[in-house]
Design a protein around this ligand. Structure first.
Ligand SMILES: Cc1cc2nc3c(=O)[nH]c(=O)nc-3n(C[C@H](O)[C@H](O)[C@H](O)COP(=O)(O)OP(=O)(O)OC[C@H]3O[C@@H](n4cnc5c(N)ncnc54)[C@H](O)[C@@H]3O)c2cc1C
Length: 484
């Protein structure tokens, strides 16, 4: 099969649907290519239940990537809606200083603020009300108020600093409102938009007139001729497609049998996520009974409250910690007789990388996040402070009367390292900028190529102090505006 289009967008995940919608609405001829299935617009029978249920994370359409000899799973969704169809649906945007610090034209806080305003509306973000607060979250609200935390009520405020409050969410009823529902559904009937699902993009090459994209659909080769290729295949998918196309660090490419086409050593580098640990305590009997009773109503969100705190490492007086209670003891999303308070360093300095392991597009990559490996020990020090704060909340009578003893030991740096996990927010593998490791310019255009643009969270030079779903959607909007 072959097909030509003015724009081929790879990745129907979070940023991809935004790009497809905006370009199609502008009358451009668009093909959106997604490796996973497209279950159709919201309301179509057949949408898997877990993809709709916002009370817990979905895992059914995962790419299955792991690292650290199997110690960590690196969840990424392979389905229309991408990670926005799997995620916790917590909506946050970070602080204005995050965007200003990038120093990139078009990406300052003043530039992105109006885009975020539209994004928050289109993704149907709202904030939980006090009346909705379920047990444990309710107790933590009471404890933090008594401990003197400022009470906050909006995570999508670029000017907001530290405080504790109910979370903002992109949930409609009990449904996780993914980016495909929000952006693709209104344009699905446009004749100039084609969605090619279950189609895995392998690689591409630039030609004098455009870009030839090689993909596979149900075992059959698919060739797409694009005027412009937009890569929105996510923080792992986007660098892998670039590397299979011969764009990356020449030595690393040759080592896996790829002939280098363009030397861009930053492809796959600068990989970072916010490291976290789950400080946990045994659930008291009465709390367990309350949780069971709330669960019986069918509405028991794992996450519902969140604190933003300033650690001793903060140099700008702004929060660098997320401290949030969870009704899930670990990444199995089961209680196991425990409740947790997660602490995460949201300004990580550690950097890792991702590389293809072979030329096979289905082969799993080598992912090395190098959590807590920054030389200055910044990320570990931030977590240390967060653990103190989590224990203060647990020890306050409003919570202490509902929980038992501590379960996991965090008394030493080794113990913290042994328990470090991630926040599901990897970014940065095709970063914007002008330094030698930059991959794209501020319009997302890959340095050295004329018709290939990146349009997802791979672009972020440094993660914002936030969850990354709203920023991913904003990125789709931002890059689409440079293409129309
Ligand atoms: C379990 C989990 C929980 C999370 N919780 C939250 C949360 O509560 N709040 C929050 O703000 N953020 C959360 N995040 C993070 C957030 O969802 C992501 O940062 C964001 O969705 C990333 O968007 P993206 O467009 O960059 O990539 P994705 O959404 O991953 O989209 C990339 C798409 O490209 C497709 N693709 C990849 N490679 C290819 C290829 N070769 N060919 C064709 N298609 C390809 C993928 O299948 C996918 O659909 C969570 C993420 C996960 C995984």
């Amino acid at each position: 099969m072959s097909r030509a289009a003015e724009f081929v967008i790879v990745g129907g995940g979070t940023a991809g649907p935004v790009l497809a919608a905006r370009l199609a609405e502008a009358g451009r001829d668009v093909v959106l290519v997604e490796a996973g299935p497209d279950y159709g617009p919201h309301g179509t029978p057949g949408w898997p239940v877990d993809l709709m249920d916002a009370t817990t994370l979905a895992l059914s359409h995962d790419w299955g990537y792991t690292g650290g000899d199997g110690r960590w799973s690196f969840e990424r969704a392979r389905v229309i809606g991408g990670c926005s169809a799997h995620n916790g649906a917590i909506a946050a945007v970070g602080h204005r200083a995050d965007y200003d610090a990038w120093g990139l034209p078009g990406w300052t806080a003043d530039d992105v603020a109006p885009i975020f305003k539209d994004v928050v509306e289109t993704m149907r973000v709202r904030t939980y009300t006090d009346a909705e607060a379920v047990p444990f979250h309710r107790h933590c609200l009471e404890a933090t108020r008594a401990l003197g935390w400022k009470m906050i009520s909006d995570l999508c405020d670029l000017d907001g600093n530290d405080g504790f409050g109910l979370e903002s969410i992109n949930v409609v009823g009990r449904t996780r409102w993914n980016a495909a529902f929000a952006y693709l559904d209104p344009v699905r009937d446009l004749p100039n938009l084609t969605i090619l699902d279950r189609t895995l993009v392998d690689r591409f090459e630039e030609t004098p007139t455009g870009v030839t994209v090689h993909a596979v659909r149900e075992g059959q080769a698919v060739t797409l001729e694009a005027g412009t290729l937009v890569l929105a295949a996510g923080v792992y998918g986007t660098p892998l497609i670039l590397q299979r196309s011969g764009i990356g660090d020449p030595e690393r490419l040759r080592a896996v049998g790829v002939e280098p086409v363009l030397a861009l050593p930053g492809v796959g580098a600068n990989l970072h996520d916010q490291p976290l640990v789950v400080v946990d305590r045994v659930i008291g009997e009465a709390l367990q009974a309350d949780i069971d009773a709330a669960g019986a109503t069918g509405f028991l969100p794992e996450e519902q409250t969140l604190g933003k705190a300033i650690s001793s490492q903060s140099t700008d007086g702004l929060f660098d910690l997320h401290v949030f209670p969870v009704l899930a003891a670990d990444q199995t999303h089961e209680l196991h007789g425990r409740v947790g308070i997660v602490v995460s360093c949201v300004t990580p300095q550690s950097r890792g990388r991702i590389d293809i392991a072979s030329t096979d597009p289905e082969a799993h990559p080598v992912i090395d996040h190098r959590y807590l490996h920054d030389e200055a020990g910044h990320d570990l020090a931030v977590l240390r402070d967060g653990i103190v704060l989590a224990n203060e909340i647990f020890d306050h009578p409003a919570v202490a009367e509902h929980v038992g003893e501590a379960v996991t030991d965090f008394s030493t740096d080794d113990a913290i390292r042994a328990n470090v996990a991630h926040y599901y927010h990897p970014v940065g593998t095709a970063k914007m900028g002008t330094d030698p490791n930059a991959v794209c310019d501020e319009r997302g255009r890959v340095h050295g190529l004329s018709r290939v643009v990146v349009g997802d969270v791979s672009l972020f030079p440094q993660i914002m102090r936030a969850n990354t779903n709203m920023p991913a959607v904003m990125t789709g909007e931002r890059i689409s505006r440079t293409l129309i």
